[in-house]
Design a protein around this ligand. Structure first.
Ligand SMILES: [Zn+2]
Length: 103
């Protein structure tokens, strides 16, 4: 093995070690975790990965904030799914909230 090749392998090993130590989830995975994060349904590992991603990714922080606002709006309009929907709530809004919940 040449000296150069050896260095290459060392660099590769270091890279894969760093990757493992600083495990990151993607923005797509972040989105998948949001609902469970808010429900407290993530494992400790998933939650720490989620929070780590949130610290480094501004877009996902904004996504989470928007998601929470939508949920709060949903709760304000529809306090519980058992209660009848008030007549004065526009149907479009209700549909938007239901769609947001489904995602
Ligand atoms: Zn992100």
């Amino acid at each position: 093995m040449t000296y150069h090749g050896f260095k290459g392998i060392r660099r590769w090993l270091k890279g894969s070690m760093l990757k493992r130590m600083h495990r990151m989830i993607t923005c797509k995975e972040f989105e998948d975790f949001v609902q469970r994060y808010l429900d407290g349904g993530l494992t400790d590992l998933q939650r720490s990965l989620f929070e780590r991603h949130m610290r480094v990714c501004r877009e996902c922080r904004e996504y989470l904030a928007a998601y929470q606002r939508t949920m709060e709006l949903g709760r304000a309009v529809l306090p519980s799914s058992d209660e009848p929907v008030p007549d004065d709530v526009p149907e479009d809004l209700i549909r938007a909230i239901i769609d947001a919940r489904k995602q």
